[in-house]
Write a protein that binds this ligand. Structure first.
Ligand SMILES: Cc1ncc(COP(=O)(O)O)c(C=O)c1O
Length: 431
């Protein structure tokens, strides 16, 4: 028996594959197989990217400096982030504080907003996942991942959340299976001003639950939040730093957030690093007060070297342009796949993050700890035969694709072929 208390993304009892190595977009397994890593939001530049390997090697030779002391590499990473990713955003962006995970970044951002507004309520949208610690867990309102013990009847085995939580309706755009006659956000967000009226922050992400970026939605939420005195946090933990095909998803519309949270790919997959970026206005408000939110290993020299190296690699390798090109390929191929497989209900995505939803139980009734392997996990299992690892986030009818941003067109074709192959399992059951 393994002494490791495991957790997993794919539901069911199947033993997780054992990874012993990797190269580029491939995982190398203990049984000798080499599989395309098709759903790894943390793996921005794939495995063993030479620039990342070199940066981490050099950083191993640095002192151990905690967040309380100035470390030149941390100042450098902050400057690099502003000069590359936030280039063109100078009129509103203020400063960054680094941390270790997306959950931590969101918890820090949300508690800062509570402190600034002296309000405790917080808002998000339906099906959101913002993390698994502190206030980020309170804002994770999707039913199957909440940080507690899964229960068969749905619902959460957790005490009441740490803060009153308001839930906004989500947009439901899709390239396939979108509902006919979609109403404009101003209509379905008509109640937002009331819902947000006593909230400290409104946090919105751009992928979770298969809900993707919608510029009109973002502008309307931003408008309502501003009016209500609620800080708008753009949770770009998944989409930020390149996955959306631009530095940040929020750049697709007019509105600009008060706070941006980043994580996952920010260290190029080579280090555990995340960040909270606040507006100039917040920096001004913080003058004269001490934001007492500190972590021993935050801003560690190795993580900081990873951030600087990642930002440089994305720029040098023209990764954003590459992701934009691949977005077109994914759109075209996924539409073909959806039309071919009757089991597919909906396909949505942006850049290099895509969700394929199958017909089956509605997400409100999903069971997180089902003993029967859910249909999405069985599709993922069949896709392994065709050479790719596809994730399900523990969801019963959703599959998601998020390969390393360096995936080539040819490798992307193989990944989509594997999905195509896997979906035969779902078709057979769909009848
Ligand atoms: C939108 C979003 N926010 C926050 C998080 C939490 O990040 P982490 O797993 O690094 O704590 C995730 C993780 O999947 C996420 O998808």
């Amino acid at each position: 028996m393994s002494r490791l208390l495991r957790t997993g993304l794919n539901a069911g009892e199947a033993a997780p594959m054992a990874v012993v190595g990797g190269e580029g977009v491939y995982f190398h397994l203990s049984d000798g197989r080499k599989l395309i890593d098709g759903s790894n939001t943390g793996g921005g530049l794939g495995h063993r990217h030479p620039a990342m390997v070199e940066a981490i090697r050099r950083a191993a030779d640095t002192p151990v400096v905690n967040e309380g002391w100035t470390w030149v590499g941390r100042e450098q990473a902050a400057d690099d982030l502003m000069a590359t990713a936030f280039k063109g955003e100078e009129d509103w962006v203020g400063a960054v504080r680094f941390c270790i995970s997306g959950s931590e970044a969101n918890d820090m951002a949300l508690s800062l907003c509570q402190a600034l507004t002296q309000r405790s309520a917080l808002a998000t949208r339906e099906r959101a996942y913002h993390g698994i610690t502190g206030l980020s867990r309170a804002m994770t309102v999707q039913p199957q991942w909440h940080g507690g013990l899964a229960v068969h009847a749905g619902g959460s085995k957790l005490p009441a959340p740490m803060a009153p939580v308001r839930i906004l309706p989500a947009p439901d755009g899709a390239i396939y299976g979108a509902p006919a006659g979609n109403a404009p956000p101003s209509e379905y967000l008509a109640d937002a001003p009331r819902l947000l009226s006593d909230t400290a922050a409104t946090i919105i992400d751009y992928t979770q639950g298969g809900i993707y970026y919608d510029g009109a939605y973002q502008d309307e939420v931003a408008r309502c939040a501003r009016q209500a005195g609620s800080y708008w946090i753009a949770d770009e933990v998944v989409t930020g730093a390149g996955r959306a095909g631009r530095w940040f998803a929020f750049q697709g519309a007019q509105s600009r957030p008060d706070i941006v949270t980043l994580g996952k790919s920010l260290g190029g997959g080579a280090a555990a690093v995340a960040a909270v970026v606040v507006s100039r206005e917040i920096v001004e408000r913080l003058k004269g007060s001490s934001w007492q939110n500190y972590g021993t290993l935050r801003g560690h020299p190795i993580s900081m070297a990873a951030v600087s190296a990642y930002l440089k690699a994305v720029t040098d390798d023209r990764i954003l342009e590459h992701v934009q090109k691949l977005e077109k390929l994914f759109t075209r191929r996924l539409l073909d796949i959806a039309q071919k497989h009757p089991s597919v209900q909906r396909v949505a995505g942006q850049g290099l993050h895509w969700t394929v939803e199958l017909h089956g139980p509605d997400w409100r009734t999903w069971h997180a700890d089902t003993t029967e392997v859910p249909i999405a996990s069985r599709v993922a299992e069949r896709a392994l035969e065709a050479g790719a690892v596809i994730g399900t986030s523990g969801e019963q009818t959703s599959l998601f694709l998020a390969p390393p941003l360096v995936i080539s067109e040819q490798e992307a074709g193989l990944l989509l072929d594997a999905l195509d192959h896997g979906l035969d399992v779902a078709d057979a059951e769909h009848g």
